[in-house]
Design a protein around this ligand. Structure first.
Ligand code: FES
Length: 226
Protein backbone atom coordinates (compact mmCIF):
# COMPACT_ATOMS: atom_id res chain seq x y z
CA UNK A 1 0.00 0.00 0.00
CA UNK A 2 1.13 3.57 -0.64
CA UNK A 3 2.12 5.90 2.21
CA UNK A 4 -0.39 8.42 3.58
CA UNK A 5 -0.78 11.35 1.19
CA UNK A 6 0.31 9.37 -1.86
CA UNK A 7 -2.17 8.39 -4.54
CA UNK A 8 -2.73 4.74 -5.26
CA UNK A 9 -5.36 2.33 -6.53
CA UNK A 10 -4.83 -1.06 -4.92
CA UNK A 11 -6.31 -4.12 -6.62
CA UNK A 12 -7.65 -6.22 -3.75
CA UNK A 13 -7.87 -10.02 -4.10
CA UNK A 14 -11.54 -10.75 -4.85
CA UNK A 15 -12.95 -7.36 -3.96
CA UNK A 16 -12.87 -3.68 -4.86
CA UNK A 17 -10.19 -1.21 -5.87
CA UNK A 18 -8.99 0.53 -2.72
CA UNK A 19 -8.28 4.12 -3.67
CA UNK A 20 -6.16 6.48 -1.62
CA UNK A 21 -5.50 10.18 -2.20
CA UNK A 22 -7.10 13.39 -3.38
CA UNK A 23 -8.21 13.00 -6.98
CA UNK A 24 -11.24 13.79 -9.07
CA UNK A 25 -13.69 10.95 -9.70
CA UNK A 26 -16.13 11.87 -12.47
CA UNK A 27 -18.14 10.33 -15.28
CA UNK A 28 -16.49 10.44 -18.67
CA UNK A 29 -18.98 10.00 -21.49
CA UNK A 30 -17.98 8.71 -24.91
CA UNK A 31 -19.65 11.13 -27.34
CA UNK A 32 -20.57 9.64 -30.73
CA UNK A 33 -21.19 11.58 -33.96
CA UNK A 34 -24.30 11.14 -36.13
CA UNK A 35 -22.80 7.98 -37.63
CA UNK A 36 -22.19 6.49 -34.16
CA UNK A 37 -18.41 6.98 -34.30
CA UNK A 38 -16.69 7.89 -31.01
CA UNK A 39 -15.38 11.44 -31.44
CA UNK A 40 -14.87 13.09 -28.07
CA UNK A 41 -15.01 12.77 -24.30
CA UNK A 42 -17.50 14.74 -22.19
CA UNK A 43 -17.10 15.05 -18.46
CA UNK A 44 -20.22 14.36 -16.41
CA UNK A 45 -21.18 14.07 -12.74
CA UNK A 46 -18.38 14.30 -10.20
CA UNK A 47 -18.45 12.13 -7.06
CA UNK A 48 -17.35 13.28 -3.62
CA UNK A 49 -15.27 10.80 -1.68
CA UNK A 50 -13.20 10.51 1.49
CA UNK A 51 -9.40 10.27 1.47
CA UNK A 52 -9.61 6.47 1.20
CA UNK A 53 -12.49 4.79 -0.59
CA UNK A 54 -13.47 1.60 -2.42
CA UNK A 55 -14.60 1.40 -6.02
CA UNK A 56 -16.57 -1.62 -7.20
CA UNK A 57 -14.87 -3.95 -9.63
CA UNK A 58 -17.31 -6.89 -9.51
CA UNK A 59 -20.02 -4.91 -11.33
CA UNK A 60 -22.80 -5.81 -8.88
CA UNK A 61 -22.82 -2.99 -6.33
CA UNK A 62 -26.03 -1.06 -5.80
CA UNK A 63 -24.11 2.08 -4.84
CA UNK A 64 -22.13 2.70 -8.07
CA UNK A 65 -19.34 3.54 -8.39
CA UNK A 66 -18.60 2.57 -4.77
CA UNK A 67 -18.35 -0.96 -3.38
CA UNK A 68 -21.25 -2.00 -1.12
CA UNK A 69 -19.88 -5.43 -0.18
CA UNK A 70 -21.91 -7.39 -2.75
CA UNK A 71 -18.71 -9.00 -4.09
CA UNK A 72 -18.71 -11.24 -1.02
CA UNK A 73 -22.30 -12.42 -1.54
CA UNK A 74 -21.68 -13.30 -5.19
CA UNK A 75 -18.30 -14.91 -4.47
CA UNK A 76 -16.58 -12.63 -6.99
CA UNK A 77 -13.43 -14.08 -8.53
CA UNK A 78 -11.08 -11.17 -9.20
CA UNK A 79 -8.09 -13.24 -10.18
CA UNK A 80 -5.77 -11.22 -12.37
CA UNK A 81 -4.66 -12.86 -15.58
CA UNK A 82 -3.17 -9.86 -17.39
CA UNK A 83 0.32 -10.18 -18.77
CA UNK A 84 2.95 -8.67 -16.51
CA UNK A 85 5.13 -7.75 -19.48
CA UNK A 86 5.54 -4.00 -19.93
CA UNK A 87 3.51 -2.13 -22.51
CA UNK A 88 6.55 -1.80 -24.76
CA UNK A 89 7.20 -5.53 -24.54
CA UNK A 90 3.62 -6.27 -25.62
CA UNK A 91 3.11 -3.61 -28.28
CA UNK A 92 3.57 -4.05 -31.99
CA UNK A 93 4.57 -1.02 -34.05
CA UNK A 94 3.38 0.39 -37.38
CA UNK A 95 5.67 3.00 -38.86
CA UNK A 96 4.32 6.02 -40.69
CA UNK A 97 6.21 8.83 -42.44
CA UNK A 98 6.56 11.15 -39.38
CA UNK A 99 4.74 9.31 -36.57
CA UNK A 100 4.36 5.67 -35.66
CA UNK A 101 1.70 3.70 -33.83
CA UNK A 102 2.29 1.32 -30.96
CA UNK A 103 -0.54 -1.15 -30.38
CA UNK A 104 -1.03 -3.69 -27.57
CA UNK A 105 -4.35 -5.30 -28.52
CA UNK A 106 -4.96 -7.03 -25.17
CA UNK A 107 -5.55 -3.58 -23.59
CA UNK A 108 -8.47 -2.69 -25.88
CA UNK A 109 -11.34 -1.20 -23.83
CA UNK A 110 -13.68 -0.97 -26.86
CA UNK A 111 -14.09 2.82 -26.77
CA UNK A 112 -13.80 2.94 -30.58
CA UNK A 113 -12.01 6.30 -30.93
CA UNK A 114 -9.72 4.49 -33.41
CA UNK A 115 -12.46 4.03 -36.04
CA UNK A 116 -13.24 7.44 -37.61
CA UNK A 117 -11.58 8.82 -40.78
CA UNK A 118 -10.32 5.50 -42.08
CA UNK A 119 -9.11 4.18 -38.71
CA UNK A 120 -5.95 5.00 -36.80
CA UNK A 121 -4.04 2.18 -38.55
CA UNK A 122 -4.68 3.88 -41.91
CA UNK A 123 -4.08 7.42 -40.66
CA UNK A 124 -0.58 6.55 -39.41
CA UNK A 125 0.53 6.25 -43.05
CA UNK A 126 -0.62 9.84 -43.74
CA UNK A 127 1.10 11.57 -40.83
CA UNK A 128 3.14 13.74 -43.22
CA UNK A 129 -0.11 15.67 -43.89
CA UNK A 130 -1.42 18.08 -41.27
CA UNK A 131 -5.10 17.01 -41.15
CA UNK A 132 -4.53 13.26 -40.91
CA UNK A 133 -1.66 13.84 -38.44
CA UNK A 134 -3.95 15.80 -36.07
CA UNK A 135 -6.70 13.20 -36.41
CA UNK A 136 -4.18 10.40 -35.81
CA UNK A 137 -2.93 12.03 -32.59
CA UNK A 138 -6.51 12.59 -31.41
CA UNK A 139 -7.52 8.97 -32.03
CA UNK A 140 -4.44 7.40 -30.44
CA UNK A 141 -4.53 9.79 -27.46
CA UNK A 142 -8.26 9.26 -26.79
CA UNK A 143 -7.86 5.50 -26.33
CA UNK A 144 -8.65 5.12 -22.60
CA UNK A 145 -6.76 1.89 -22.01
CA UNK A 146 -3.59 3.17 -23.62
CA UNK A 147 -3.71 0.30 -26.11
CA UNK A 148 -2.70 2.83 -28.76
CA UNK A 149 0.27 5.17 -28.37
CA UNK A 150 1.54 7.66 -30.96
CA UNK A 151 5.31 7.95 -31.24
CA UNK A 152 7.41 10.69 -32.83
CA UNK A 153 9.76 9.05 -35.33
CA UNK A 154 12.52 11.63 -34.84
CA UNK A 155 12.67 11.65 -31.03
CA UNK A 156 11.21 8.14 -30.53
CA UNK A 157 9.17 9.57 -27.65
CA UNK A 158 5.50 8.90 -26.95
CA UNK A 159 3.12 11.77 -27.76
CA UNK A 160 0.77 11.52 -24.81
CA UNK A 161 -2.16 13.83 -23.97
CA UNK A 162 -1.74 15.85 -20.75
CA UNK A 163 -3.99 14.24 -18.16
CA UNK A 164 -4.42 15.24 -14.53
CA UNK A 165 -4.24 12.38 -12.04
CA UNK A 166 -7.90 11.41 -11.83
CA UNK A 167 -10.40 8.57 -12.23
CA UNK A 168 -12.94 8.59 -15.03
CA UNK A 169 -16.09 6.45 -14.85
CA UNK A 170 -16.53 5.64 -18.52
CA UNK A 171 -20.09 5.76 -19.85
CA UNK A 172 -20.51 4.26 -23.30
CA UNK A 173 -23.45 6.26 -24.65
CA UNK A 174 -23.85 4.33 -27.90
CA UNK A 175 -23.56 0.85 -26.38
CA UNK A 176 -25.69 2.04 -23.40
CA UNK A 177 -23.40 0.44 -20.82
CA UNK A 178 -20.95 1.53 -18.18
CA UNK A 179 -17.38 1.11 -19.31
CA UNK A 180 -14.17 0.76 -17.30
CA UNK A 181 -12.50 2.98 -14.74
CA UNK A 182 -10.25 5.29 -16.75
CA UNK A 183 -7.15 5.85 -14.62
CA UNK A 184 -5.46 8.98 -15.88
CA UNK A 185 -2.20 10.78 -15.32
CA UNK A 186 0.02 7.96 -14.00
CA UNK A 187 -1.45 6.77 -10.68
CA UNK A 188 0.34 3.76 -9.12
CA UNK A 189 -1.71 0.52 -9.20
CA UNK A 190 -0.32 -1.99 -6.70
CA UNK A 191 -1.83 -5.44 -6.15
CA UNK A 192 -2.24 -6.84 -2.65
CA UNK A 193 0.41 -9.48 -3.41
CA UNK A 194 2.97 -6.67 -3.66
CA UNK A 195 3.15 -6.56 -7.47
CA UNK A 196 3.01 -3.05 -8.99
CA UNK A 197 1.28 -2.77 -12.34
CA UNK A 198 3.06 -0.56 -14.82
CA UNK A 199 2.39 3.14 -14.13
CA UNK A 200 0.99 4.69 -17.30
CA UNK A 201 -0.75 7.90 -18.35
CA UNK A 202 -3.82 5.97 -19.54
CA UNK A 203 -5.07 2.74 -18.01
CA UNK A 204 -8.55 1.16 -18.21
CA UNK A 205 -9.45 -1.04 -15.25
CA UNK A 206 -12.36 -3.50 -15.42
CA UNK A 207 -15.42 -2.55 -13.36
CA UNK A 208 -17.97 -5.01 -14.74
CA UNK A 209 -16.14 -8.02 -13.31
CA UNK A 210 -16.22 -9.91 -16.63
CA UNK A 211 -12.83 -9.12 -18.18
CA UNK A 212 -10.61 -12.11 -18.91
CA UNK A 213 -7.63 -9.75 -18.68
CA UNK A 214 -8.11 -8.50 -15.09
CA UNK A 215 -7.43 -6.05 -13.69
CA UNK A 216 -7.53 -4.42 -17.13
CA UNK A 217 -10.68 -3.90 -19.17
CA UNK A 218 -10.97 -6.01 -22.32
CA UNK A 219 -14.26 -4.61 -23.61
CA UNK A 220 -16.43 -7.39 -22.14
CA UNK A 221 -18.85 -4.79 -20.70
CA UNK A 222 -19.94 -4.00 -24.27
CA UNK A 223 -20.02 -7.60 -25.52
CA UNK A 224 -23.65 -7.30 -26.65
CA UNK A 225 -22.87 -4.13 -28.65
CA UNK A 226 -20.04 -5.52 -30.76
S1 FES B 1 -16.36 -5.02 -5.62
FE1 FES B 1 -17.51 -4.74 -3.82
S2 FES B 1 -19.58 -4.62 -4.54
FE2 FES B 1 -18.41 -4.87 -6.37
Amino acid sequence: MAKTGEMSITVSGNGPYIVQGEMMVAEQHIVPDAAGMSVEWREGKEFDHPATFRLCRCGHTKTKPFCDGTHKKIDFDGTGSASRDTYDEQAGITEGPTLSLKDAESLCAFARFCDPAGQVWGLVHETDQEGPRIQFLHEAGSCPGGRLVAVDNETESAMEPRLEKSIGLVIDTRAKVDGPLWIRGGIPIPALDGYEYEVRNRVALCRCGRSSNKPYCNGSHAAGAR
